[in-house]
Structure formats: structure tokens, C-alpha cells
Design a protein around this ligand. Structure first.
Ligand SMILES: NC(=O)C1=CN([C@@H]2O[C@H](COP(=O)(O)OP(=O)(O)OC[C@H]3O[C@@H](n4cnc5c(N)ncnc54)[C@H](OP(=O)(O)O)[C@@H]3O)[C@@H](O)[C@H]2O)C=CC1
Ligand SMILES: CC(=O)C(=O)O
Ligand SMILES: [Mg+2]
Length: 591
């Protein structure tokens, strides 16, 4: 008995009993209930039809006042609702009115979260129809503030918490999640939440927010999405002292203790959901992020959004911007403030695209790209002491400190902020960019808004309207000398929903760099002259579902081309196929 229980905990025995079964995912008997012997423990799952009060309390099926007369009779709802019947459109109008009345972004965030817990389809209807207005509420910048205050606003769990306490039991924890057919997991350990640092367990707001975009922007079913926070402690003293902190009250575990928990999680995910579940690493600190990606990139369907998703969105913006700037990628000089996940990830994808386009070795194309970190310009004399991901960028140059001095020395045509530190693109830096560039391209990518390297208004006014500007968190249009400039949002939210959809619909088993290039090219392909004329290097987010379809189709096509797709035969028209797979938030009629 004891050994059987242990095997159950390890998750090996039941699934491995039948040699004909595939691992997880596609099999009916996902949890091995049918095949378990009498002395083995199984989870007593039940499937029932909700009705009456329970139906109104079930966010997946609740429609509130939109239940029809027939449904009210058939589902024992008479008397539980007032007599009026209100359409989903009218419900949407009413809720948008309410949300617009709130002054504070966090009130809007809380209202949206409460709606999601009450009526999931209405939540997605609002988000999809009002994406430009509500993205800053459920995503950056407000989600940053929500994570900081998560302990106080926490009401109900929205994702799975896997802490050191669950070591040895991670597979069991996964089985506690009510949904069984998971296609996308976003996981964080909370150590680098946006540019706000270590928020420990309260980082949960990020996987929850990212996955709501998987559904709203990429059309992945909400029930197929699983937000996960791995809690190994926090080094945030303020949180450790906060009586409302919801996580483990200890310093972060590191080394073997950390990697063992992560490994148990990665193994359990594959055992439970199969080879084709997508795992998106999000907001890990760079000392773990690169290693996790390298370790699991060859065995699991994983990507790191901060390194790779961001790279694809920036590359797409650059390809679009070339139409305004002129020349090819190789004709430009790139300078990054910040040489971590986002900075080096973007740099590498630009170098790769340049190398492909100009048929020049990667080592050569990298030389067009310069990075600075907190110690100044990354140069060859610093190579020995650099973290491994910075080493490819240690070019021959004398050491230079201070961004202004670096800008003057390198004379970049493109300046990209990935430092996580706000207000670092000073007036002098921006003016210097404008002094030797007819159209300086300035990307202030750090999130949330408080960490943005500069504001849109600063970029346009300090360059006297010459700058092409985009930022990680949204800024309103700016009027400068009678002309309206519309800043774009250079955020991986343009990429990961479509990328994920493409991977899911093709049944991809690995993420390949060529898929990131395919995603970037699809996004760049959506830019039109009319947007460029306003200074926009990204298409409007209001078109995001159509954009995600194009990205998904391009990514899926690449998966098939590379032999990494398992959903066969390949649909002939991948655009139509992607479209047909997308979740719609419209209410369904219940029999
Ligand atoms: N727009 C988007 O889609 C995305 C935006 N981001 C944003 O990018 C920012 C950075 O994220 P990420 O790359 O993952 O973080 P990392 O911690 O991996 O990297 C930060 C880098 O910035 C450097 N740095 C810190 N302070 C300064 C400074 N004062 N001057 C110069 N360099 C500095 C660090 O230097 P050192 O190495 O010496 O410590 C490090 O190289 C965050 O704000 C995040 O929100 C991230 C992903 C996507
Ligand atoms: C956008 C994002 O992923 C970040 O700022 O970390
Ligand atoms: Mg991130």
C-alpha cells in the first residue's frame, strides 16, 4: 500500500499502467480513475448540471438577468431573479457605465475581477469590446498596483499556488484544479514583477492578467488556462512584515531547493496535461529565467515571455518603423539601457533577423547592437565578470559610464529602455538622440508607467516632434505644436496570445526561434500607412483578435514546416482554422 501511495504521489504508476495510453492530454481517463486498482487513491470528480441558485453562482454559466423565460423555467431560476430580461449588450453598457464612474484604477481592476468571478462571459465580452480602455485596467499599469496590494484585495484564489510546503505533492496540487483540459499555463515565481521587483506570492496578479489576455486577445478558452504562482518565499522585507501578506513568510529558497521544486512542477505538468500544454514563464528574475528556459526548452513546450515575447513585439515594431526611418535593420545602430531578459532577448532576435536578411554571420550582426547595464556600456574589458547572457554583447570599446556619455559615444539611431528604472531617458539623452537623428526611434519599454524610461510627452517635446515613440505601458496621444502624435504600445501582449493560439491549434511540441520570427513578421504585416502617418509603429489594439489570428496562422505554419506540429493533417487554410478555434464570449442558450 505504502509504495502504491508513494507512486501515486510521484504520479507515475496510474498513467504508466497502460502502455497504449499517451501521456495525459488526449486520453479520456485523464486521472486514471478507471484503471486504478482498489487500493489506489483517486480524485472523486463529479460532473453535474448546475441549476437554480448554484447556476447563478457558477461564473462559467451564469448569465444574470440575460436568462430567458424558458431557461428560468427549465433551470429552477423563477423567483431567484427579478422579472426583467436584459440582453448581454445592455449588461455590457451598464457595467461599462459603472466602471467608468470609478476614479481610481484599482477600483476598476477590482470591479473587473469581481465580474470575472460572477459572470465570466460578460467579463470577456467587456474586455474584448473595450480592449483599449480595459487593457490598462486588467494589465499594465494597474495590474502592477494590484500585485503590490494583492494581500489586501485578495478575496478568492484565481490560480494555483504551489509553495515549498507542497514539495513532493505538486502532482496532487495540480489535480485539485477544477479544470482538466489545460492548454496554456502562465507561471511566475514573483521575483521580478514588471519593474516593481520581488512581490513574492502576490505576483499571482500577473499570470491571472496574462491569461485573461490569452482568452480576450488570443481566443484560448478560459477553462483551458491555468495561472500558477510558485512560492519559494520573498526577499521583500516590506511584504514579510505585512500582516496581510498571503505568501510564505520566509526568504527566497535558492539553489537545489529552488530547482527541485521547479523540476517537480515541470514534470508534474507534463504528466498531468501531456506534451502539448504550453508553459509561459513570466516575470522570473534573470538569474533563473535564462537557465529555466535553456533547461526546459528542449523537453517541454515553453517560452519565456519577457525574453522571447518581448523580442518578437519589438522586432515587429522595428520592421514597421523602417518604413518611416528608411534603410534596413543592418543600417541602424541599436542601444539598450538594460541588459537583462528583455534587453538581451530583443537584441538577440534583432541580430538573428538581421543575419537572416543580410546573410551575415550572427557574430557580425550583433556588433550593430550595444547594451548598457547598471555599470555602464558592456564592453570586452568587462567580459570575464559578465553574466553569461551579456557576454555576446561585450564588443571592443573603451569603458563608458552614464547613459548620456554612452549615447554620445555610440550615436544610436534606436534607443531602447529595458532597465525597469523610470525617468532614465533624461532631457539631455533625448535631445542628444535628436541632435544626430532626423527621426530618433525611442522605445521606453519598462513597466508599469511609473518605471517608463520617459513619457510620450517628453519624447515628443524634447525632440521637437521628431521622435517615433512607443512604450511598454500605454500613454495618451500628445499634441505638440498643433500636431497630434499617437504613441504605440510596445508590449508583448501583441504577441503571446497569438503565438499561444498558433502553438495550441497546431499541437506544437516545442517553441522554435523561427516561430518568434514568424510571429514578429505577422504583426509587422498588420501595420498600414494610415497608422504610420500618425507615428504608430503598431496596429491599434482594437484589431487585436484579427492580428492574433494572423500571428497564430504564421506560427502554426512554421510549426508544420519544422515538423513540430502534431495536429494532423495540417488544415489547408490556417487563418480560417485559427479564427474558427477562437473562444467567443457570446452567451449560449441552455436546454
Ligand atoms: N514592454 C514589454 O513588453 C516588456 C517590458 N519589460 C520591462 O522591462 C523591464 C526590465 O525587465 P527585465 O529585462 O526582465 O529585467 P532584468 O532585471 O532582467 O534586467 C534589467 C536590466 O536593467 C539594468 N539596469 C537596472 N538599473 C539600471 C540603471 N539605472 N541604468 C542602467 N541599467 C540598469 C540591469 O543591470 P544589471 O544587470 O547591472 O543589474 C539589468 O541589466 C521591466 O520594467 C519590465 O517591466 C519586460 C518584458 C516585456
Ligand atoms: C510586459 C511584461 O511582460 C513585463 O513588463 O514584464
Ligand atoms: Mg513580464
Amino acid at each position: 500500500m505504502e509504495s502504491t501511495l508513494k507512486e501515486m504521489r510521484d504520479g507515475a504508476s496510474v498513467l504508466d499502467m497502460d502502455p497504449k495510453s499517451t501521456v495525459g492530454g488526449g486520453v479520456e481517463d485523464v486521472y486514471g480513475e478507471d484503471r486504478a486498482t482498489e487500493d489506489q487513491l483517486v480524485t472523486p470528480w463529479t460532473i453535474s448540471v448546475a441549476s437554480g441558485y448554484t447556476l447563478l453562482r457558477d461564473p462559467h454559466h451564469n448569465k444574470g438577468l440575460a436568462f430567458t423565460e424558458k431557461e428560468r423555467d427549465a433551470h429552477y431560476l423563477r423567483g431567484l431573479l427579478p422579472p426583467a430580461i436584459i440582453s448581454q449588450q445592455l449588461q455590457e453598457k451598464k457595467l461599462m457605465n459603472t466602471i467608468r464612474q470609478y476614479q481610481l484604477p484599482l477600483q476598476k481592476y477590482t470591479a473587473m475581477m469581481e465580474l470575472e468571478e460572477r459572470n465570466e462571459r460578460l467579463f470577456y465580452k467587456l474586455l474584448i469590446d473595450n480592449v483599449e480602455e480595459l487593457l490598462p485596467v486588467v494589465y499594465t499599469p494597474t495590474v502592477g498596483e494590484a500585485c503590490q496590494k494583492y494581500g489586501s484585495i485578495f478575496k478568492r484564489p484565481q490560480g494555483l499556488y504551489i509553495s515549498l510546503k507542497e514539495k513532493g505533492k505538486v502532482l496532487d496540487v495540480l489535480k485539485n484544479w477544477p479544470q482538466k483540459s489545460i492548454q496554456v499555463i502562465v507561471v511566475t515565481d514573483g521575483e521580478r514583477i514588471l519593474g516593481l521587483g520581488d512581490l513574492g506570492c502576490q505576483g499571482m496578479g500577473i499570470p491571472v492578467g496574462k491569461l485573461s489576455l490569452y482568452t480576450a486577445l488570443g481566443g484560448v478558452r478560459p477553462s483551458a488556462c491555468l495561472p500558477v504562482t510558485i512560492d519559494v518565499g520573498t526577499n521583500n522585507e516590506q511584504l514579510l512584515k505585512d500582516e496581510f501578506y498571503i505568501g510564505l513568510r520566509q526568504k527566497r529558497a535558492t539553489g537545489q531547493e529552488y530547482s527541485e521544486l521547479l523540476h517537480e512542477f515541470m514534470t508534474a505538468v507534463k504528466q498531468n496535461y501531456g506534451e502539448k500544454v504550453l508553459i509561459q514563464f513570466e516575470d522570473f528574475a534573470n538569474h533563473n529565467a535564462f537557465d529555466l528556459l535553456a533547461k526546459y526548452g528542449t523537453t517541454h513546450l515553453v517560452f519565456n515571455d519577457d525574453i522571447q515575447g518581448t523580442a518578437a513585439v519589438v522586432l515587429a515594431g522595428l520592421i514597421s518603423a523602417l518604413k518611416l526611418l528608411g534603410g534596413s535593420l543592418a543600417d541602424h545602430t541599436f542601444l539598450f539601457l538594460g541588459a537583462g531578459e528583455a534587453g538581451t532577448g530583443i537584441a538577440e532576435l534583432i541580430a538573428l533577423e538581421m543575419s537572416r536578411r543580410s546573410k551575415t554571420p550572427l557574430e557580425e550582426t550583433r556588433k550593430k547592437i550595444w547594451l548598457t547595464d547598471s555599470k555602464g556600456l558592456i564592453v570586452s574589458s568587462r567580459k570575464e565578470s559578465l553574466q553569461h547572457f551579456k557576454k555576446p554583447w561585450a564588443h571592443e570599446h573603451e569603458p563608458v559610464k552614464g547613459l548620456l556619455e554612452v549615447v554620445k559615444a555610440i550615436k544610436p539611431t534606436v534607443l531602447i529602455g529595458t532597465s525597469g528604472v523610470g525617468k532614465t531617458f533624461t532631457k539631455e539623452v533625448i535631445e542628444a538622440m535628436a541632435s544626430f537623428n532626423e527621426k530618433p526611434l525611442i522605445l521606453a519599454l519598462s513597466n508599469p508607467t511609473s518605471q517608463s524610461e520617459c513619457t510620450a510627452e517628453e519624447a515628443y517635446t524634447w525632440t521637437k516632434g521628431k521622435a517615433i515613440f512607443a512604450s511598454g505601458s500605454p500613454f495618451d496621444p500628445v499634441e505638440y505644436e498643433g500636431k497630434v502624435f499617437v504613441p504605440g504600445q510596445s508590449n508583448n501582449a501583441y504577441i503571446f496570445p497569438g503565438l499561444g493560439l498558433g502553438l495550441v491549434i497546431s499541437g506544437a511540441i516545442r517553441v522554435h526561434d523561427d516561430m518568434l520570427l514568424a510571429a514578429a513578421e505577422a504583426l509587422a504585416g498588420q501595420i498600414k500607412e494610415e497608422y504610420l502617418a500618425k507615428g504608430l509603429i503598431y496596429p491599434p489594439l482594437s484589431n487585436i483578435r484579427k492580428i492574433s489570428v494572423q500571428i497564430a496562422a504564421n506560427v502554426a505554419a512554421k510549426a508544420y514546416e519544422l515538423g513540430l506540429a502534431t495536429r494532423l493533417p495540417r488544415p489547408e487554410n490556417l487563418v480560417k482554422h485559427a479564427e474558427s478555434c477562437m473562444y467567443s464570449p457570446a452567451y449560449r442558450y441552455y436546454r
